[in-house]
Write a protein that binds this ligand. Sequence first.
Ligand code: A2P
Length: 306
Amino acid sequence: MSEIKLPEVELNIYSKKEPVEVTVVENYVATKDSSPNIVRHITFDISGTDLVDKIRVGQSLGVLPPGTDKNGRPHKLRLYSVSSPSSGEKGKKYLISTTVKRTVEELKEKIYLGVASNYLADLKPGDKVKVTGPSGRRFLLPENAKDFNYIFFATGTGIAPFRGMIHELFEQDYENECVLVFGCPYRTDLLYADYFEEMDENKLKFHYVPCISRESRRKDGSKYYVQTMLEERSELLSPLLAKENTLIYICGMKGMETGIYLQLLKKGFTEYLEIKKELPENPADIPNDKFKRFIKPSMRVFEEVY
Ligand code: A2P
C-alpha cells in the first residue's frame, strides 16, 4: 500500500483571545424536504484574513457566539467541521462552509435551544461572526489522496467533512473507488442528497449508500445503521475493503465507531483494527467504555465522533 502521508497544517492562526471576524454569505437548509431536524449549510467569506489557503477539509473552525451565559460568562467556543473542499466553496478559496444542526432539547418540560447552533442558523448574509482556528491535524485526506479508495461512514452532520472531501477527490482526476454510507433517522433528514445522488449517477467511481434508521427494520428486527450496510451492501463494500489501498473514515455520533469495528471484525477485515488483548467470545459484549482497551482502529481508519 502507498504510504499514508497526512499534510502539514497550521493550527490556531486565530485564538479564542484573538479571533477574527468573517462574513456570512449564504445560509440555507441542507435537506431537500422540510424536516424537524433542521440542518443548515452556512458559508463564510474569509477574504482579508490569514485563514485563506490555510483551512483543509477535515479541520474545524471555532465559533464564538456573542453575549454571556446565565452566570455572566462569555459563551463557550464551539467547533464546527468544515464542509467545503480545501480549495474553497464553489472553487473560491475565500469561501468556507460548515454544516450546522439546530439543537433543541426539552428539560423538565421547558425547551432549550443550543446557543451556538441557533445563533449560526439564524445568521443572514452580511452578518459578521467571530471565529478561531483552524483546528484538527489528523482527520484529513492524505496528501497522496488519489492513491486510495475510501469508505466514508457518516451519521447526521458527521457528513460535513465528507461533502468537502468528496468534492476534493473528484475535482482531481480521481480514479479509485469511493463510497459514502450516510445514516439518518428519516428520508427527510438526508443531507445534501441532490449532490450525492447526482454524483452517484454521473461518477462511476462514486457510490452513495443512504441508510434510514426509523422507517423500516432489517429481517432480524434490528435498525438499519451505517455498520449494517457492511452486511446489506457487502457486494459493494467487501471487495473494496479487501483492497490494500482502502481507507475508512468515520464521522458522527459517538458509538457508531464501535458498531463499525465489530462488523469489520465479524467479516474478518482485521487489517483495519488493532486487537489489543484477547477478545471475549462475543466481542459485542464488551462495554462501550472499555471497547478501546480491546479493539482500536488501525492506521487505515480515521475517526471523529462526538
Ligand atoms: P436512531 O436515532 O434511529 O437510533 P441524526 O444525527 O440526524 O439524529 O442521525 C443519527 C443517525 O445515527 C440516526 O439514524 C440514528 O439512529 C443513528 N445511530 C444511532 N446510534 C447509532 C450507532 N450506535 N451506530 C450507528 N448509527 C447510530
